[in-house]
Unconditional design. Structure first.
Length: 357
């Protein structure tokens, strides 16, 4: 059996935010907008104008902080107990995940408006929930993917380039993780085998990053929006989601689950963790040296991390390594591999990555 999921409608273009009102009108007339406090000044006025012109009534719920059960309850309370027709998340990945949880609470449709391209959260049906210690404790799932994903490339590329690089790191692994899931006969998040569609999306995702990534980063740095930029954002925002939901996740994301368990890694980003985790996966798969060298060359062209020192973990201690390994071993993604992996396997692979593959 295969199960394929995808957002109902995906729109990407410079200036796309001004289309939000007419697009939401397809979903209803009462919108609760969960707004990331960090982008309030940048987008609030445009959202208000677009929804007012379309005749969509608007209530705000302001998000600031971690995606915890308490924060979600606070957002629900801002809705004054009245269920909207839809919930719209506007902001970074955590704001979007919080908004998904609010939509799930009310049992209404969800629309996603990312303001950075650091993860594949915008198009996904999953919402990662954390505790007050910033540890992921739960994944809640919408009954389906967002009804609308609206990406204004002028906005997402105005954020610091580090966020887009993190999005690249989160996306670049998907080809290899989907291949690992197919080889292992493992199931996706749907409980079904990896689909050909998911594998195809993962391969295209990697290809777009390979062909357009460095040129896109250079264009953004110079203040230019062009086809390289559009291709890269499509890869990191849409194709990355289609890849992991329909192709599956493996070792790279297990390592990314372990790294944040080390307190000293605070401040490094999820996509940076995934990029490092991919290097560990390539070692565990015993990929040919030429293939590993090709990936490393791409990392250097894109500015992706190759060592733990780039994740705030220079000279990692034995207790810290034990925390990282324990976190990775606890990830279900580690089981989507052709053989059972042990802590010793992970330690050996990490040592090889640290030595330069």
């Amino acid at each position: 059996m295969i199960i394929i999921s995808a957002p109902s409608r995906y729109i990407q273009a410079p200036g796309a935010l001004d289309r939000l009102g007419p697009e939401l009108l397809r979903l209803g007339r009462q919108a609760l907008v969960v707004l990331d406090a960090g982008v309030r000044l940048k987008v609030q006025g445009r959202i208000e104008a677009s929804l007012e012109a379309a005749g969509v009534k608007l209530r705000w719920a302001h998000f600031a902080g971690e995606v915890t059960a308490g924060a979600i309850e606070a957002l629900v309370a801002q809705a004054s107990g009245n269920a909207p027709d839809m919930v719209v998340g506007v902001g970074g990945g955590k704001a979007l995940d919080a908004a998904k949880a609010v939509a799930l609470h009310f049992g209404v449709r969800f629309a996603s408006v990312p303001t950075i391209a650091a993860t594949d959260a915008p198009a996904s049906f999953s919402s990662a929930i954390y505790n007050d210690a910033h540890e992921m404790v739960e994944v809640r799932q919408l009954p389906r993917n967002p009804e609308l994903v609206l990406v204004d490339t002028a906005i997402v590329t105005s954020a610091p380039l580090r966020f887009l690089r993190a999005g690249i790191g989160d996306a670049i692994s998907k080809k290899f993780e989907a291949q690992a899931c197919v080889a292992a006969g493992a199931n996706t998040l749907h409980g079904a085998r990896a689909s050909r569609t998911g594998v195809m999306a993962a391969e295209l995702c990697f290809s777009l990053i390979q062909r357009h990534g460095a040129a896109a980063l250079a264009a953004i740095a110079s203040g230019t929006l062009n086809d390289d930029v559009e291709a890269l954002v499509e890869a990191t925002t849409l194709l990355s989601t289609l890849s992991f939901e329909n192709g599956g996740l493996s070792v790279a994301h297990a390592i990314a689950r372990g790294i944040p368990m080390v307190p000293r890694a605070a401040g490094s980003l999820h996509g940076e963790h995934v990029a490092y985790g991919l290097l560990v996966q390539l070692v565990l798969e015993d990929r040919p040296a030429a293939e590993r060298a090709e990936v490393l060359a791409l990392y250097r062209a894109l500015g992706l991390p190759e060592r733990l020192s780039e994740l705030h973990l220079p000279d990692i201690t034995e207790p810290e390594m034990a925390q990282l390994i324990a976190g990775a071993l606890g990830s279900p993604s580690l089981k989507r591999f052709v053989r059972v992996l042990t802590g010793a396997d992970l330690r050996t692979a990490i040592a090889r990555v640290e030595a330069g593959l």
